[in-house]
Design a protein around this ligand. Structure first.
Ligand code: ADP
Ligand code: MG
Length: 214
């Protein structure tokens, strides 16, 4: 499937053109239409199959096409398990947002808390974060998630392995707008801890699993 066929906003097609990609990978071809339709999504596919764009592109589309639910709260939060992954995803997002009016911040453990607080006070549209540090800012009331439109969990199984279940739940319950959409990516879906938290976070999700028997 060609990226042109999804019905993306032209600004998104331009950004994809800059990346040099023309054809969607399999997970992108299956996940993007579900996400663009506004449905919750439970998805898995192997490493290197292109999951980052499978969630970032529909996130951008939503932000470009729809009015914000809140003037101050972030519109999209991407949770990832590690600082390294946070940096990678943030880099990819920055490329896609280049030239747009939308702003983004990276909130990860191990960096200066007050600097992050200042960045959150500027009301960024997108946040890429590791769960523990984001919850620390939530507890300090440095920002709010009531107006969040899209919660994305990348490598959710690894976040659980690293002990982030409670942080994921805290973020989930703070982001309580009834129009919130959730995209949940995991290397595996047939694991009780993963399916339990997916059941808590997602509403009647579409399932897309590439290369795993269902
Ligand atoms: P995953 O999260 O599934 O491990 P990534 O999102 O990190 O995979 O993507 C792996 C690599 O594939 C990255 O270098 C990315 O830029 C590249 N990539 C993503 N989508 C495409 C595409 N449609 N065509 C070619 N390369 C792609
Ligand atoms: Mg990935």
């Amino acid at each position: 499937m060609l990226f042109e066929e999804f019905g993306f906003d032209n600004r998104i097609l331009n950004s994809i053109g800059h990346l040099g990609f023309e054809h969607a990978t399999e997970i992108q071809a299956r996940a993007i239409p579900e996400a663009m339709a506004g449905r919750d999504l439970l998805a898995s596919s192997k490493t290197g199959s292109g999951k980052t764009l499978a969630y970032l592109l529909p996130a951008l589309h939503r932000v470009y096409k729809k009015k914000a639910l809140s003037r101050r709260d972030p519109r999209v939060v991407v949770l990832v398990p590690t600082r390294e992954l946070a940096k990678q995803v943030f880099g990819q997002l920055r490329l896609l947002l280049a030239g747009s009016r939308f702003t983004s911040v990276l909130i990860q453990g191990g960096e200066n808390f007050n600097d992050q607080h200042k960045q959150l006070q500027k009301d960024p549209h997108f946040i890429v974060a590791t769960p523990g540090r984001l919850v620390d800012h939530l507890k300090q009331r440095n920002f709010y998630l009531e107006g969040l439109e899209l919660l994305i969990l990348d490598e959710a199984d690894r976040m659980l392995d690293l002990g982030f279940a409670e942080a994921m739940r805290a973020i989930n319950s703070s982001a309580n707008h009834r129009q919130r959409q959730t995209l949940f990516f995991s290397a595996t879906l047939d694991n009780t801890d993963v399916s339990d938290i997916a059941a808590e976070l997602l509403k009647e999700p579409s399932r897309v699993a590439i290369g795993q028997g269902f």
